[in-house]
Design a protein around this ligand. Structure first.
Ligand code: B12
Length: 495
C-alpha cells in the first residue's frame, strides 16, 4: 500500500508535456494565492497549495501570495508586478462551523481576492482547496468563475494548465469542474493516484514560517483517505474512501530535513485519522525513535478503536506532546446513529489508556445529531466526568453542519430541515428535533458551567489578553506543556 515514488510519478507524468526548463524561452507564470487568514484555533500553513506549487514549478514560473502574511491591499501590486498567466486560488475554510456564532468566509474571499484578481489581472483563475471541494459549483457560481479542481490537485492542476495552454477542453481530467455552454460540468475526482510523497519543506522557503511557528505547527500527512462512515463527515469525499499510505522512512526524512532547516518547530499530523489503519502510525513512531530524533509532535484524529497501549507508548517515545481524540459522542445510542466505528467499551478503554499514559489530550464532542435527547447528552457528560482528566480540555460543538453527499444531508432532507434545491454553502445546521435547539443550548451551557475543563465552541477563542499572558508565561517559564493546558490554568482569571 505504501507508495514510495508516488509523488514523482503523479507530478512528472503531467509536467512532461511542457517545455523543459532549460529550453523554455519564457515560462508562463502562475500566481498561487492562499486566502486563509483564520487564526482560530491557530494559524495553519497552506500545505495543499505548497504541494501543488511543487508540481508545476519545473514548467511554470511560480509566485506565492500568502494572504496571512500581507495586507490585502498589497495584492493589486503583486498582480501588476507578477502579471500572471494563471492564478490558482486556494479556499480552505467556508465557515467556522460554530452554529451559535457562524462566520461565513466566502463573501470576504470573493471580495478581497477573487474580485481583485478579476479587476487587476488578465489571467485565467482556477479555484481549489478542501472548502472549495465541498461546494465547487456553488462557489464558482458565487465568484462568477469557470474553473476549479475538486479534491487533490497534484495531478489534476498541471493537467488542467496543460489543457488550457493547448486550448483544449479539460474533459476527462479527474476532479476538474468547468463551465461550458453556461453550465458547470464536473469530472469526478480520481482518488486512485498514488499518495504524493513530496518533501513539503522546500516550499516553506516561500512562506513566512514565523507566522505559523509560535502558535501553529508544521503540517504533515502520513496518508490520504478515510474508510469510515460517520454520517455527517465530508472527509471521504475530499480524500477518497481507500487509504494511500506514505512510506514511514520518507516521513521521517521530511521531519529531519525540516527540523534541520527550521530549528525547533512543532510537527503536526493532519491525517483525517492518524492511527488507522493499525500499524502505520506505529511504524512511523518506530522510524522516528530508531533515528533518535529529538522533536515535538502532535496529531489530530486518534480513533479509539485502534488505540492500543503499544501505540500510545510508541507515540510518547517518538515525541508526541499532545493528541486530539474525536469520539463525537459517548452515548452508546448516538455512537450507533452517528455510525462511529467503535463501541462505548472501546472508547472507555482508549480513555483509560490516554489517562494512564498521561498523554495530554484535547477531546471533541458534538451534540445535536439525529436522535440526540437530554438522556444521550447526559451520557456523554457522565463519560467526561468518569474518564477524562481534569487537566485535559474537552471541546463541545452544538449542532451538526450539513454537508452535501453525506448521510446527514439525506436525513436532514427527509426530516424537512432542508429542501433539495437549498444552497448549503452559507452554513446550515441540524439539531435533533428530539431535543430542540433551545433545550440543547440550555443543557450544554448548564453542564459546561459545572466543569472547568469543558469549553463550548462559542468560547473556543481565548481572549487576546489571556492568549498574550499564556504566550508570555510559556516563554518566561520555558513551559513545554501543550498550549491548552496553559490556557486552562488561566481560564478562571479571565472569566
Ligand atoms: C487537519 C485539519 C485541521 C487542523 C489543521 C492543522 C494544521 N497544522 O494544518 C486543525 C484541527 C487545526 C483544523 C482547524 C480548522 N479547520 Co480543519 N481540517 C483539517 C483537515 C482534516 C485536513 C486539512 C489538510 O491539511 N489537508 C491536507 C492538504 C494536503 O490538503 P488540502 O489543503 O485540502 O490541499 C489539497 C487540495 O485541496 C488541493 N488544493 C488545495 N489548494 C488548492 C488550490 C488550487 C488552485 C488547486 C487547483 C488545488 C488546491 O490540492 C491539495 C493537494 O492535493 C480538513 C479535512 C480534509 N480531510 O481535508 C479539515 C477542514 C479543512 N477544516 C475545516 C474547518 C471548518 C476548520 C476550522 C474553521 C474549524 C474550527 N472552527 O476550529 C479550523 C480553521 C483553522 C484555520 N486556522 O484555518 C473544514 C473546512 C470546511 C468548512 N466548513 O469550512 C474541513 C474541510 C473539515 C470539514 N468540516 O469538512 N483543521
Amino acid at each position: 500500500m505504501v507508495s514510495g515514488s508516488g509523488f514523482r510519478s503523479a507530478c512528472m507524468k503531467n509536467s512532461a508535456t511542457f517545455v523543459p526548463h532549460e529550453e523554455a524561452r519564457a515560462m508562463k507564470k502562475v500566481l498561487l494565492i492562499n486566502t486563509n487568514t483564520e487564526k482560530i484555533p491557530y494559524p495553519v500553513p497552506p500545505l495543499g497549495l505548497c504541494l501543488i506549487a511543487r508540481c508545476i514549478e519545473k514548467s511554470f514560473e511560480v509566485s506565492f501570495y500568502d494572504a496571512a502574511a500581507h495586507p490585502e491591499t498589497e495584492l493589486k501590486e503583486w498582480l501588476t508586478a507578477v502579471n500572471p498567466d494563471y492564478i490558482g486560488i486556494s479556499i480552505r475554510n467556508i465557515d467556522n462551523t460554530v452554529m451559535g456564532r457562524p462566520v461565513f468566509f466566502i463573501p470576504d474571499i470573493i471580495r478581497k481576492y477573487i474580485a481583485v484578481t478579476r479587476d487587476h489581472a488578465k489571467a485565467t483563475v482556477i479555484l481549489g482547496g478542501s472548502g472549495f471541494s465541498i461546494f465547487p459549483e456553488e462557489i464558482l457560481a458565487a465568484a462568477d468563475l469557470s474553473y476549479g479542481i475538486i479534491g487533490e490537485g497534484e495531478s489534476s492542476f498541471p493537467q488542467l494548465l496543460d489543457a488550457l495552454e493547448k486550448g483544449k477542453e479539460p474533459q476527462g481530467i479527474p476532479g476538474v469542474i468547468y463551465k461550458k455552454d453556461n453550465q458547470y460540468r464536473i469530472n469526478p475526482p480520481d482518488f486512485k493516484v498514488s499518495m504524493p510523497d513530496v518533501p513539503f519543506s522546500v516550499m516553506y522557503d516561500r512562506l513566512q514560517m514565523d507566522l505559523y511557528r509560535e502558535r501553529g505547527s508544521y503540517p504533515l500527512q502520513t496518508k490520504r483517505g478515510c474508510i469510515f462512515s460517520c454520517i455527517y463527515c465530508s472527509y471521504p469525499n475530499l480524500e477518497g474512501r481507500n487509504y494511500r499510505l506514505r512510506d514511514p522512512a520518507e516521513i521521517a526524512d521530511e521531519i529531519e530535513e525540516a527540523s534541520g532547516r527550521l530549528g525547533d518547530i512543532l510537527f503536526e499530523f493532519v491525517d483525517s485519522t492518524f492511527n488507522s489503519p493499525a500499524g502505520h502510525a506505529e511504524a512511523i513512531c518506530k522510524e522516528i525513535i530508531k533515528r533518535k530524533m529529538k522533536i515535538r509532535l502532535r496529531t489530530m484524529g486518534i480513533n479509539p478503536k485502534d488505540a492500543s497501549p503499544a501505540l500510545i507508548s510508541l507515540m510518547k517515545g517518538a515525541g508526541f506532546r499532545q493528541i486530539d481524540c474525536t469520539p463525537d459522542t459517548a452515548s452508546p445510542k448516538m455512537l450507533k446513529t452517528m455510525k462511529k466505528n467503535f463501541s462505548i467499551e472501546q472508547l472507555q478503554v482508549c480513555a483509560d489508556l490516554i489517562r494512564g499514559h498521561d498523554m495530554p489530550t484535547m477531546w471533541f464532542f458534538m451534540f445535536g445529531g439525529p436522535g440526540e435527547t437530554e438522556e444521550t447528552v447526559m451520557e456523554t457528560f457522565s463519560f467526561i466526568d468518569r474518564y477524562i482528566s481534569g487537566k485535559d480540555m474537552v471541546f463541545t460543538g452544538e449542532g451538526v453542519r450539513i454537508y452535501p453527499l453525506t448521510e446527514m444531508y439525506d436525513i436532514a432532507l427527509k426530516q424537512g430541515f432542508i429542501k433539495a434545491d437549498d444552497n448549503l454553502l452559507e452554513p446550515v445546521y441540524y439539531v435533533s428535533p428530539d431535543i430542540g435547539r433551545e433545550n440543547l443550548s440550555y443543557l450544554l451551557h448548564r453542564e459546561i458551567a459545572k466543569r472547568p475543563n469543558v469549553v463550548h465552541a462559542l468560547d473556543s477563542a481565548p481572549k487576546p489578553e489571556m492568549l498574550a499572558e499564556a504566550l508570555a508565561i510559556r516563554k518566561t517559564q520555558g513551559l513545554e506543556e501543550p498550549m491548552f493546558r496553559t490556557l486552562l490554568r488561566l481560564k478562571s482569571k479571565y472569566q
